[in-house]
Design a protein around this ligand. Sequence first.
Ligand code: RET
Length: 343
Amino acid sequence: MATERQRVDWLQPRRIEDWFVFLSRGSLLAVTAAAVLAAVAGVSLDVETQMLVYLVGMVVLNLPHGGFEHFENVRHRGVPFGIRYVAVYLAVLVAFVATFFVAPILALGLAFVTAIAKGGHGDLHVLDAVVGSGHLESRVQRGLAAFVRGGAIMIVPLVAQPEVFYGFSSYMLSMFDPGLTGVLWERMELARRLFGGCYGVALVAHLLLGYLRGGASTTWLVEAGETVLLVAYFAVVPVVVAVGLYFPLWYSLRQGGRSAVARRQAATETHSTGFVLGVLAAGGLVTAAIAAAFWLAVPNPLGNADLLPGLVAFYTIFVCIVALPHVVVGEWLDSDRGIWYVP
Ligand SMILES: CC1=C(/C=C/C(C)=C/C=C/C(C)=C/C=O)C(C)(C)CCC1
């Protein structure tokens, strides 16, 4: 549901959720500005450092939030629901892993779609709960908002930094079939033009429709500003760093704001530190067990890459195989609440 709420003050956050959103914008803006300054000064981060930033961002900072998000979805929902949820979740996870073995290119495409869907729909719910989405009146506008925000994560770097994008995609495919290395390069230009063209049209349509519906309303201005920030960020920040910092600094921070609103509305008790640490420890163990099983199941866990790029490729596929069932089961099959619950 679109909401009229508009409480975020760009410079003076008041509530806890406004702080989360404020920090997400500030940190992405700072990283974007640093990337522009570095480009102007002719300085660039070496690829090793970029990969370390990715691994720290995704594993150390983002993974705990992912575990917490999973846990919140099934908490207080009853035992039969929980068992059904976990069973369907595991079935979808196994089916997705199987797809990597029989059709790796299709599965990699699904992995990218997962990142787009998660980022896009997650952000749409943050607009509903915290930022304001009053100007998004129709389903088409909401769909466009989600596609444009999520698409920034994958399609903008595909257009702006195709070599790195394809290089890592090749590593990911080589985990399952070394013969597929290089196969993507032949289609690179076509994919860039096709996806880049569609994305450009969607971006302009999204901004224009929002404006035509309600003029330069505050919610439109703020939302358009965020969209432009996301596009600029993914266009100028080296893609490995950009994705590695987007999930902790934008996705997880903002979801923290959304869940603060949801908890207050549902009058759910706040968690004690001990409880949170217990959930994190249990979640960490389950996640590590899934990662270990996946490592053993894959023919070449590091693909044809060296250690660091191999770990980036492995972790990326791993996070996608956990995230896809989360989006499918948690959001689209759990019609009562969904993973991005907004009261
Ligand atoms: C294509 C591509 C990448 C893909 C990243 C993906 C697909 C991340 C998905 C993250 C998810 C689903 C997180 C959920 O919380 C890398 C590794 C940055 C390297 C550059 C090219």
